[in-house]
Design a protein around this ligand. Structure first.
Ligand code: RIB
Length: 338
């Protein structure tokens, strides 16, 4: 699958995991054993998910990562390639164990995740720096996306290399880990969910009102910031302005796994197309909301047409693309009437 229109390069530095997803009614308590209703084995990892989410929306994506020389690594690479993600810079580590994620999904659709990093921790500072500089060199409006299932040094190097090469850095600080102020200062935007935002500001962020307060605090330290708030949508701010984008209502939340990654992938694609932060957040909210209606991460991500967009609209520019996005409840109604 190749993109048929010009879009700035998106460089994703991140994790690739084999997800083992079990459905259980509620989280087991300490010392408790629960029986799962089923097990799904799916491609995952926040980095790979974001790369796929961006590519589904016809972003021009290169992925920088490491996988093991095992069956899981081969499977993840096949999936990424079939989505049109450039995997030339995914290193296969000799005798390495590909990252694994143990994901529990509850009746509410919410999840909890434990990651075994494996070869995600085999990325080296030298390789990441050289590859970003090479990929971003001479490209207008390149966008670099990195998340935090990686060693701190890799996250910092990615952002510094992007800065050096003139690329825009999106940092999805998931899971939360403390980073130096000078690194946070370069993010455009820093993207966190309520849990990560709470760790960042040191008090509970749990809805749109508290997210707005957290945004006011965080925006002084970075170029721009987005807080995703699940069913309440997302709040954003840059140096000049701020706003909130509500999420469309979803009748049945099936599985929230990777919904945040769908948001970040869509955000990256539309920022790479030249959208404003507000416009890109709107598409991100639509993509994240779409993703909660199906099981798994990558398997639940929308294409342009799923969001009521087409390629010509995407070429014409984000402002027009935005106008054509239908709220999900309208898409549902259209499907019912067909
Ligand atoms: O964000 C969802 C992802 O987190 C899963 O795919 C899992 O691999 C973990 O990285």
């Amino acid at each position: 699958m190749t993109s048929t229109y010009a879009s700035a390069s998106i460089i994703v530095v991140g994790s690739a995991n084999q997800d083992y997803i079990v459905r259980v009614s509620t989280p087991p308590g300490l010392g408790e054993t629960v029986l799962a209703k089923n097990l799904l084995k799916q491609p995952g990892g926040k980095g790979a998910n974001q790369a796929v989410a961006a590519a589904r929306l016809r972003g021009n994506v290169s992925f920088i990562a490491s996988v093991g020389d095992d069956a899981d690594g081969a499977f993840l690479l096949r999936e990424l390639r079939s989505e049109g993600v450039d995997t030339t810079n995914v290193e296969i580590i000799n005798r390495g164990r590909t990252g694994i994620a143990l994901v529990s999904v509850y009746d509410s659709g919410e999840n909890s995740i434990t990651v075994v990093p494996g070869t995600n921790f085999a990325l080296t500072v030298e390789r990441v720096e050289q590859t970003i500089l090479r990929l971003a060199q001479g490209k207008d409006n390149a966008v670099m996306v990195v998340q935090a299932e990686l060693l701190t040094g890799i996250i910092e190097t990615s952002i510094l290399a992007a800065e050096k090469s003139g690329a825009r850095s999106i940092l999805n600080l998931a899971p939360y880990q403390p980073l130096r102020k000078e690194i946070i200062a370069l993010c455009d935007p820093l993207v966190v969910n309520e849990v990560e935002a709470s760790s960042l500001v040191g008090w509970p962020v749990f809805n749109a009102a508290t997210a707005a307060q957290a945004i006011e605090q965080i925006r002084r330290f970075t170029r721009s910031v987005v807080i995703t708030i699940g069913p309440e949508g997302a709040s954003w701010a840059d140096r000049q302005s701020s706003g909130h984008v509500p999420a469309p209502f979803v009748e049945e939340v099936v599985d929230t796994t990777g919904a945040g990654d769908a948001f970040v992938g869509a955000l990256a694609t539309f920022l790479a197309k030249g959208a404003t932060l507000e416009e890109a957040v709107k598409v991100g909210v639509q993509a994240g909301t779409f993703a909660v209606r199906k099981p798994g991460a990558q398997s639940s991500y929308p294409t342009l047409s799923d969001l009521g967009l087409d390629e010509t609209v995407a070429v014409a520019g984000p402002a027009k693309a935005m106008a054509k996005i239908q709220p999900l409840h309208e898409l549902d109604r259209d499907l019912r009437e067909k």
